[in-house]
Ligand binder design. Structure first.
Ligand SMILES: Nc1nc2c(c(=O)[nH]1)N[C@H]1C(S)=C(S)[C@@H](COP(=O)(O)O)O[C@H]1N2
Ligand SMILES: [Mo]
Length: 407
């Protein structure tokens, strides 16, 4: 990059003096200067269109493993390419156990029955007529980061942490619907069932059902995508992804949980003493640096903004600390406002990279005072027999040439 093209002014902010960023600015300035001559000012651009598309220069995409059964697979959000706290619906991670059903919203029904005074069948129109709310919440598969328990590490933040996304969800509070139908005293659980062939079903305790659970029909301002459960899904704020039943068609109020396959043979954690944890609903506080992260390469020494995401299933993120020296010292990062409860929180930390090796990591604390553990601390409590709920601190190693990999 022709650095000499940069106009030199005294007192320039230090991050503009770095070779890499300076070079980029110089290139932009040059292009801007030339653009009037290069572009025909009278050539018209594209006309208006009925549904937006991103620029053809943008390539961010979900990743997935090649599989013989792609209908029972998962795709990962490219967290390294996402900005702010919202995940575009087109990049929201996917986890389907039997593919994406094609559902006509006019034909779709939600049956609410069991221990209620007035069992009712709702159409989508019925639900859309009811008072609505919009809430920003993350969704995380409890299998996220499961590859990081052992010595083998996911090579990048997308495959290591990309089974988590964050959206603004709009719908009706389940508490409102249940209040209308009259919940009987013996009803302690709500069984939620999806309309896909695997009949995904999970038991939800009454207390949570009457708290903040949503019957959601919209995501980031438009109808929920088929992959996310169109036309109706349960959003259970902060609780493991699996409970957020998609293509929701039935809720049954019962005195006991159903002990379905997805809360017994799956989504339980075998502990070192041979007992298994059941109903591990809440997602523990977790954070990860998305830049610089595995597979990326720093353009050169000087200023870099370390940035990443933090979230907790128990409420708001109160603090994120960053270490750039392998965990010897920790300093607070700036948190983007507003900080929603059970939502991604963006953190940022200014860093001068001197050019040597460095190990970068983040750790977060939520409003309950819980702090994200190191992997060794987590293994000391939970052992190595279980896959789910790995919320450990994630270190990234920067090499002297600027390349980044999992530490
Ligand atoms: N009906 C139904 N609901 C479902 C699933 C499913 O396969 N079928 N997968 C669950 C799992 S394991 C997760 S992690 C989330 C994933 O939601 P997403 O695909 O919108 O990211 O949906 C949950 N709800
Ligand atoms: Mo999941």
């Amino acid at each position: 990059m022709p650095e000499r093209d940069l106009p030199r002014r005294p007192g320039r902010r230090v991050f503009l003096q770095t070779a890499a960023l300076g070079g980029t600015l110089a290139a932009c300035a040059k292009q801007d200067g030339d653009s009037a001559a290069d572009q025909e000012p009278n050539r018209l651009g594209k006309p208006v269109s009925d549904y937006g598309r991103r620029s053809p220069f943008e390539k961010a995409a979900r990743k997935f493993r090649e599989s013989k059964t792609p209908e029972a697979s998962a795709s990962f959000t490219p967290l390294q390419d996402c900005h702010g706290i919202l995940t575009p619906a087109s990049l929201h991670f996917e986890r389907h156990h039997s593919g994406v059903p094609a559902i006509d919203p006019k034909q779709h029904r939600l049956l609410v029955h069991g221990l209620v005074e007035r069992p009712t069948v709702f159409t989508m129109e019925d639900l859309r007529r009811m008072p609505s709310v919009s809430r920003v919440h993350f969704l995380e598969c409890s299998g996220n980061s499961s590859g990081d328990w052992g010595p083998q590490r996911a090579p990048d933040v997308q495959r290591g942490h990309g089974l988590a996304s964050c959206s603004e969800w709009t719908g009706v509070l389940l508490s409102l619907v249940l209040g209308e139908l009259g919940v009987q005293r013996e009803a302690q659980w709500v069984i939620a069932e999806g309309a896909d062939p695997c009949k995904m079903a999970r038991s939800l305790p009454r207390k949570k059902a009457l708290d903040d659970v949503l019957l959601a029909y919209a995501q980031n301002g438009e109808a929920i995508r088929p992959e996310q459960g169109y036309p109706l899904r349960l959003v259970v704020p902060g609780w493991e992804g699996n409970l957020n039943v998609k293509w929701l068609h039935r809720l049954k109020l019962t005195p006991e949980p159903y002990m379905t396959k997805d809360e017994t043979s799956k989504y339980t954690d075998l502990l070192p003493d041979g007992k298994a944890r059941l109903f591990t609903f809440e997602m523990d506080a977790k954070s990860v640096i998305t830049y610089p992260s595995g597979g990326q390469k720093l353009s050169g020494p000087g200023f870099h903004e370390i940035t990443g995401l933090a979230w907790s299933g128990r409420g708001r993120i109160e603090k994120v600390e960053v270490s750039v020296d392998g965990g010897q010292t920790w300093r607070p990062a700036a948190l983007q406002e507003p900080r929603h409860r059970m939502a991604f929180t963006r953190f940022r930390y200014p860093w001068q990279w001197e050019g040597g090796e460095a190990v970068l990591q983040s750790r977060c604390t939520d409003e309950t005072g819980y702090t994200q553990p190191a992997l060794e601390e987590l293994i000391a409590v939970r052992g190595m027999n279980s896959n789910y709920h790995n919320n450990s601190i994630k270190p990234w190693k920067v090499a002297a040439d600027g390349s980044v990999e999992a530490a």
